[in-house]
Design a protein around this ligand. Structure first.
Ligand code: SME
Length: 150
């Protein structure tokens, strides 16, 4: 199966997961798990906006930094710019926050509610250049499913 086909089969599963459960944390946890399991990412999870910081939410993978200030790292930049950021090589991204030295590429997708970022979905890969416009397209749809829960 291609990556696109995997996402296409995953979307209705995620829709049905979140339609049966109203709790944000429970749904973030299952979404992180299903993405992580399906694609074998290195780290898959959410950070939630709390004041001027992002605070670690449900995730799969090794332990991660718990708080990221506005504008800092890839996550803080996606929050500040209100857009998805794809980083083919994290070692080339100024200000990248290395929670794990094994991570080499990353995508961060903001979860938007009424033009405000309320959370971000952050995915790290051990491979360089893991993420492209296909990941962006589907992960933004998944982020939209999370946004309606907030
Ligand atoms: N690398 C991220 C920090 C979070 S960890 O990757 C889980 C960043 O630069 O924002």
């Amino acid at each position: 199966m291609t990556k696109e086909e995997q996402y296409i089969s995953l979307l209705p599963q995620i829709e049905s997961l979140v339609s049966g459960e109203k709790d944000l944390i429970a749904n973030m946890a299952n979404i992180a798990a299903v993405l992580h399991d399906t694609f074998g990412f290195w780290w898959t999870g959410f950070y939630r906006v709390e004041g001027q910081e992002l605070v670690l939410g449900p995730f799969q993978g090794p332990i991660a930094c718990t708080r990221i200030p506005f504008g800092k790292g890839v996550c803080g930049a996606a929050w500040q710019q209100k857009k998805t950021i794809i980083v083919p090589d994290v070692h080339q991204f100024p200000g990248h926050i290395a929670c794990s030295s094994a991570s080499n590429s990353e995508i961060v997708v903001p979860v938007m509610r009424s033009n405000n970022v309320v959370a971000v979905l952050d995915i790290d890969s051990r491979d360089f250049n893991s993420f492209d416009s296909i990941d962006q397209y589907f992960l933004e749809q998944i982020a939209a499913l999370v946004a309606v829960l907030l």
